[in-house]
Design a protein around this ligand. Structure first.
Ligand SMILES: C[S@@+](CC[C@H](N)C(=O)[O-])C[C@H]1O[C@@H](n2cnc3c(N)ncnc32)[C@H](O)[C@@H]1O
Length: 496
């Protein structure tokens, strides 16, 4: 058997950063369902392990945002590890290390990883690998957690991925005997599109799987590195929620909550399916009914190795200390949230009242409880929807190292200008990252060279042209948009 066990290892993965992997987010999601998080309070030292850390970009940002944490990334692709280590070194991070290792051999002998971590995360892995490797991943995750620790595991689920399995199957058949490339995957999408008939006269397949046409149309426009590692794996197999939860349970990992925050509030389900889901009293079966009803395609599940349930008063005390802040959202007339349950509308007055409470600066959940008079369960739901929509975030100003963050962001800006495919900067104020484009990096670079007006526009256009890119839209509009965004980025500590 090849060293990659059929995982697509010919090219590297994308450089993503995901807010749900931040300790503050994981703690909040765990608290929503009554688990006392593994850290006693924000700022307490902790240990964090990422299994399948890919290019290490997201983990490096987390290590920079949480200087009190100790971070380890594990991946078996040597090109991923060399990239990760060099990035960590370039960013001057001393609280992170990367190890080139295979889940299979580590599960058999986890050594110093054993029971040492408060958080273990595996983002986008469990359903991209074959079943024996998945079993090793879960065994290793469980072994690496300290009792009371949290495992975050995200994965592709049925029924949402049913349509795409036809595509992955055909792509795999066409690949047999050769290696996958962006071209083979595009070719497979074209071949399958040819089997769908026209929109006016759809084939039997298109009638049975109406979502397939749109899914195939997306493939040529998606990031090639993503498409290859999404569909190019021999072991790729989405899974129904109950099956994954059962497999986790055999490794002492109990499902607890979702890091997709709205999914913790089943009363947000659409009215046409809500009664049928809520009528089920068995929590496991209820998760299955929920996923079937919403055609779930991706879950971000939290599992616990040992539950530390809180009493109502402990929960109130702990959640009251959670610090929240406004992020970058502009004022709005309506609060409509896009969730996996569909569009959810919030009562405008309540959401506005809460956001106004934060306009003067960060407030704790407890202060918001007092200010707004909203009952705790309702406030938890309101806050969860605002966090999910990205309008608010956690506040980490008391623990963040702003000087270090500035050095990290200066390095990242240089790397973006040098052509690295990074599109996030560190936001120490919120303990996360913000999207930051090459266009914005060029404008900032021009500003730092004291360029203005037309000179700055030229700097932007020439900078893009020199990197083989062209400007989408007007240069002047980009400058205005960046000038509007700049104060919000400064408030978050992204820019000085
Ligand atoms: C889809 S990528 C996700 C990477 C990263 N978590 C992210 O979201 O950017 C899956 C990762 O798992 C790693 N991987 C797959 N099988 C592995 C194994 N048996 N042992 C260690 N790493 C593995 C791959 O190299 C790849 O980096």
């Amino acid at each position: 058997m090849a060293w990659d066990h059929g995982y697509f290892s010919a090219t590297s993965y994308t450089c993503g950063a995901y807010r749900e992997l931040a300790p503050a987010w994981l703690d909040f999601a765990a608290l929503l369902k009554g688990h006392q998080p593994p850290r006693g309070h924000e700022g307490e030292a902790f240990s964090y392990l990422e299994l399948g850390s890919g290019m290490g970009f997201g983990l490096c940002l987390l290590a920079a945002a949480y200087p009190e944490g100790q971070f380890t990334g594990i991946d078996f692709q040597p090109d991923h590890i060399v990239h990760s280590r060099r990035l960590a070194q370039r960013l001057g991070l001393a609280n992170i290390s990367f190890q080139e290792a295979d889940f299979l051999s580590l599960a058999a002998s986890p050594g110093p990883l054993s029971a040492a971590h408060h958080y273990v995360v595996a983002h986008g892995i469990a359903t991209w690998i074959s079943e024996p490797i998945q079993a090793a991943l879960l065994q290793l995750a469980s072994a690496a957690l300290t009792p009371g620790g949290i495992l975050y595991c995200s994965y592709n689920t049925f029924p949402g991925w049913l349509a795409a399995t036809a595509y992955q199957h055909l792509a795999d058949e066409l690949r047999r005997g050769g290696a996958h490339s962006g071209q083979t995957l595009k070719g497979a999408a074209e071949r399958l599109t040819g089997l769908l008939g026209s929109t006016e006269a759809p084939s039997a397949l298109a009638q049975a799987q109406p979502a397939l046409r749109a899914k195939l149309a997306q493939i040529p426009n998606q990031n090639a590195a993503y498409v290859l590692q999404e569909y190019g794996n021999e072991g790729w197999q989405p899974i129904y929620v109950a099956d994954l939860h059962r497999r986790c349970a055999t490794h002492k990992l109990r499902f607890h909550a979702s890091a997709t925050l709205p999914e913790n509030f089943l009363d947000l389900l659409p009215a046409n399916v809500r009664p049928a889901v809520l009528a089920e009293t068995d929590p496991g079966l209820r998760q299955s009914l929920q996923d079937l009803a919403i055609n779930q395609s991706f879950r971000r599940d939290l599992f616990l190795r040992g539950v530390a349930f809180s009493t109502d008063s402990e929960l109130r005390q702990r959640i009251s200390g959670v610090m929240l802040r406004l992020l970058e959202a502009p004022a709005t007339e309506s609060y409509v949230f896009t969730t996996s349950f569909g569009q959810v509308s919030g009562a405008v007055e309540r959401y506005r009242q809460l956001e106004q409470g934060l306009t003067g600066g960060p407030r704790s959940f407890g202060q918001l409880l007092e200010d707004t008079g909203i009952a705790l369960p309702e406030l938890a739901k309101t806050v969860s929807l605002l966090l999910h929509s990205g309008r608010i975030g956690f506040d980490r100003c008391a623990c963040a190292d702003f000087n270090r963050a500035r050095q990290v962001n200066d390095q990242l800006l240089e790397l973006i200008l040098d052509g690295r495919p990074y599109d996030h900067l560190l936001a120490p104020g919120s303990g996360g990252a913000v999207v930051f484009s090459l266009v914005e990096a060029l404008i900032l670079d021009g500003q730092r060279r004291h360029l203005g007006g037309q000179e700055l526009e030229q700097h932007l256009q020439q900078g893009l042209a020199g990197r083989g890119r062209s400007l989408q839209g007007e240069a002047a509009e980009k400058l205005t948009a960046f000038a509007e965004r700049q104060p919000r980025l400064q408030a978050l500590g992204v820019l000085p």
